[in-house]
Ligand binder design. Structure first.
Ligand SMILES: C[S@@+](CC[C@H](N)C(=O)[O-])C[C@H]1O[C@@H](n2cnc3c(N)ncnc32)[C@H](O)[C@@H]1O
Length: 232
């Protein structure tokens, strides 16, 4: 009953309320607590997706909505020149501090980025890798945000999108954070027109793999959306 009431309530959220959860104020408070959201480990999907590309030479990478920077630090350690952007200056300060601690301060630049205010991050067709993990935006904002992010990918470069799959709501693995926030690979592919024959994008991966996530109640089976595109 409680779960039902909860999800009903979540579905009543207005667009304005959904956007409130994508502001600097919201995330600064989240990252400003004493709890370290940082696990220090890079996202499994980033590691496996890059490992799966034969002869991938590290170049320029952009980590969009980087959070505390585990992925950015990992990429820098692999030899990438990383630009890490996020709406939270508190998170960005942690990225910079962590990069220094890990000895890769010279390979990571940080920058403010607000996907809703200005969806294009730094640089048009600039990065050999653009990675964005778990940036869930309201459905009406999705096309502008993800097209803006994709614009940063250089010819021959890759876009890697990782997100929570909407199945997690029906399996009970995750509360709905709001209607339309979680998405399937198709949303990315259709938004970018990557399924059209004349598309500049080659779809290398469109997958929905399952992984086990540790929780205080024991391991939880969750599903990810993983999309890897290459700009021709
Ligand atoms: C679920 S966290 C994911 C962080 C990181 N990518 C990871 O995988 O651990 C979502 C991130 O999106 C950032 N974010 C939220 N709203 C944003 C916005 N409007 N523009 C840019 N980043 C935003 C948050 O600060 C947060 O770091």
């Amino acid at each position: 009953m409680h779960r039902h009431e909860h999800s009903h309530h979540e579905h009543d959220k207005t667009l304005g309320e959904l956007r409130d959860a994508l502001t600097a104020g919201f995330w600064d408070e989240r990252y400003g607590g004493t709890d370290r959201v940082w696990s220090g480990r890079p996202n499994q999907r980033l590691v496996e997706q890059l490992d799966a590309i034969p002869d991938l030479a590290p170049g320029r990478a952009l980590d969009v909505a980087c959070g505390e920077g585990a992925d950015a630090v990992w990429l820098a350690k692999q030899g990438w020149q990383v630009t890490a952007v996020d709406v939270s200056q508190v998170a960005l300060a942690k990225v910079a501090a962590h990069a220094e601690e890990e000895g890769v301060g010279d390979r990571i630049r940080i920058g403010f980025y607000d996907a809703l205010a200005d969806p294009r991050p730094v640089g048009h067709h600039t990065f050999d890798l653009v990675t964005v993990s778990f940036l869930h935006v309201p459905l009406p904002d999705f096309p502008a945000v993800y097209r803006g992010i994709a614009d940063a990918v250089a010819p021959g470069g890759r876009l890697l999108v990782v997100a929570h799959h909407p199945d997690d709501v029906t399996t009970g693995a995750r509360h709905d954070h709001g209607p339309g926030l979680m998405f399937e690979p198709e949303r990315v592919i259709e938004t970018l027109g990557a399924d059209r024959p004349d598309s500049p994008w080659e779809v290398e991966v469109a997958d929905t793999p399952v992984r086990e996530q540790a929780t205080p109640e024991g391991p939880l089976r969750v599903r990810d959306t993983v999309v890897r595109l290459r700009r021709r």
